[in-house]
Design a protein around this ligand. Structure first.
Ligand code: ADP
Length: 570
């Protein structure tokens, strides 16, 4: 076979009226004159033309010098004819427009041309207008084809992202990501490597199939991609993976990104270079972004689950501790209380005073244990309500009476604001006393000496209550659901207002949680277990009521609760 003289030219002709890039055309004809004529003809159009008389060089250009929008090729050429070149060009870029130049196409040529995806024929000799028309027509078809491929790609991407987002389970997610990437790229095999925060190297978490084994050069490239955070198209001298005698040296390694981090890489392997054409790279990159986010979400979800389980376990241990401690402390404490009382009653002067102090401290411990026991019973749903018709003024007065001494000790003014007409309502007297006791004792604790505490009682309409929740008040409960469930025309509202230290806004919901205390030295000075408000809240909820707080730091707080105003057992 003789040496084929090669002439290659490159002409860029820009049309100033077109805003988009000029179409790139590759002309190949073993006759230099045809190349020259065609190039000159196209000079007046918006084209970037590369022409060559060497079909092998043209093939090389298609592989590495592209992408081209159109291939204009002579049918008869030495080494590789126009139809074969068309077939290779279509493999490299499925959307390229191809026009074959021929003397007179035979039926056989036409059939072969259709099989190889040729867009059009142009018969030699041709006029400029014919060539322009054929080129414009073929380029238009390419655009349509690109649009339809893009649409298909978007469809595929949507399907992939749907599949990827459908699970948070790690193994299933890894399988889905790899399957989707292989389906979109049509690669022979692939691997997913994911980072584990505790290790410097990536972990191979998923392989497309067991027969292809990932080799050290594959691992190295994957780890480099992870560190450099940029995709690489691989054409390596060493095999990336191996299956018996078969080896693959080419591939695409794509970092999986999530919120600015790289969480792993996708390594796709195939020895056909055209598999990794730019369109496919873009698709895999998009998929990789979805996959990265999904992997991050799955990781966060499993961390959340683990934390939740830990929390549940802690909660269980806490409940168990409360149960054991309260049970074990009760008996010895009642002995201490009994003897302390006896010693106090039988002694005089200083000794009586000491015994009284022992008694008071033991009673404080008893309150704490009582709180713990109440909480345990509430938790187990073992708190029965004893509803009876009560006069609320009497209960509120009794609760205040019980706390008067403590308020006097602090020189605080504890006042009542009660409606003159008796409010008779169905309620559980003891529970109401407990709720009021907790709220009033908090008011006393968290109000400086000389402060004022006022307790009010009133009957509100449903509208009045709803209006309060339109203001900026804080409640640990779901207000809407409580209001709807109660479907109540009237409410009994009790409010405890103090001129105390107040509660920072961000803490106002949290203080209703068990054991929560505002982290403040003042609070700690006052002692307490952090159980009072959570018990009050649960006792209120038990009666279909609702609790809320309004407070300003250094000015004071108002703790309010509303109970359905019922006069007969529903
Ligand atoms: P305890 O009073 O035993 O600490 P509570 O559950 O009754 O537990 O209250 C939780 C926290 O809410 C208190 O530690 C305190 O920080 C805050 N708090 C409750 N009532 C008031 C109030 N009237 N004024 C200021 N802070 C309060």
């Amino acid at each position: 076979m003789g040496q084929v003289p090669t002439i290659t030219t490159e002409t860029i002709v820009q049309d100033n009226h077109r805003l988009d890039a000029p179409s790139r055309i590759l002309i190949v004809d073993d006759e230099a004159n045809i190349c020259d004529v065609c190039t000159r003809m196209l000079q007046s159009g918006p084209y970037h033309v590369v022409s060559t008389t060497d079909a092998l060089f043209a093939l090389q250009q298609l592989k590495t010098g592209g992408p081209f929008d159109l291939l204009l090729a002579d049918i008869k050429m030495p080494l590789i004819n126009g139809l074969e070149l068309a077939e290779r060009a279509r493999e490299i870029d499925p959307t390229i427009a191809i026009i074959i130049m021929t003397g007179h196409p035979s039926n056989d040529h036409l059939r072969q041309a259709v099989q190889r995806g040729v867009t059009d024929f142009i018969s030699k000799p041709f006029e400029l207008s014919e060539l322009r028309m054929a080129i414009d027509g073929a380029l238009h078809k390419r655009l349509l084809l690109q649009d339809s491929l893009r649409l298909r790609a978007v469809e595929q991407l949507l399907q992939s992202s749907e599949a990827i987002n459908a699970t948070l389970e790690h193994v299933q997610l890894h399988q889905t990501i790899l399957q989707m990437a292989l389906r979109q790229s049509a690669c022979q095999t692939g691997y997913l490597l994911v980072s584990d925060d505790s290790k410097p190297q990536l972990d191979l978490t998923q392989a497309a199939d067991d027969t292809w084994q990932l080799l050290p050069p594959g691992y190295t490239i994957a780890n480099e991609t992870y560190t450099r955070r940029v995709p690489v198209v691989i054409d390596s001298p060493d095999a990336l993976c191996v299956n018996g005698e078969q080896q693959i040296r080419r591939g695409l390694c794509m970092p999986l990104r999530a919120q600015g981090d790289v969480v792993g890489v996708l390594l796709l392997c195939d020895d056909r270079p055209e598999v990794f054409r730019p369109g496919i790279q873009e698709m895999v990159a998009l998929l990789a972004n979805h996959a990265g986010t999904a992997l991050r979400n799955a990781h966060l979800y499993s961390k959340l689950q683990a934390a939740y389980q830990q929390l549940q376990e802690l909660d269980r241990l806490k409940s168990e501790f409360i149960a054991i401690a309260s049970h074990e402390l009760r008996t010895p404490l009642s002995i201490v209380l009994g003897y302390a009382m006896m010693v106090r009653d039988q002694s005089h002067d200083d000794q009586r005073e000491y015994a009284q102090r022992v008694l008071e401290s033991a009673q404080q411990i008893k309150h704490i244990i009582d709180d713990m026991v109440s909480l345990r019973h509430l938790e187990l749903g073992e708190v029965p309500l004893t509803m009876e018709e009560c006069e609320l003024q009497a209960i509120v007065s009794q609760a205040v009476e019980r706390m008067q001494l403590a308020a006097q000790d602090r020189c605080q003014q504890l006042s009542l604001d009660l409606p003159p007409d008796p409010i008779i309502c169905l309620t559980d007297r003891e529970k109401l006393l407990l709720i009021l006791g907790n709220l009033i004792s908090n008011a006393i604790k968290f109000t400086p000496d000389g402060g004022q505490i006022c307790i009010t009682l009133a009957v509100w309409s449903d509208g009045q209550l709803r209006a309060v929740f339109r203001r900026d008040v804080v409640s640990p409960d779901n207000i809407t659901s409580v209001l709807e469930k109660a479907n109540n025309a009237k409410w009994v509202v009790i409010q405890v207002t103090d001129t105390g230290i107040g509660i920072p806004r961000r803490e106002q919901v949290r203080i209703f949680e068990r054991f929560y205390q505002v982290a403040d030295s003042l609070t700690r000075q006052q002692g307490g277990t952090g159980l009072g408000l959570s018990i009050a809240r649960e006792l209120i909820a038990l009666q279909q009521g609702i609790v809320w707080v309004e407070s300003t730091e250094d000015q004071g707080s108002t703790f309010s609760f509303a109970l359905p105003y019922r006069v007969a057992i529903p």
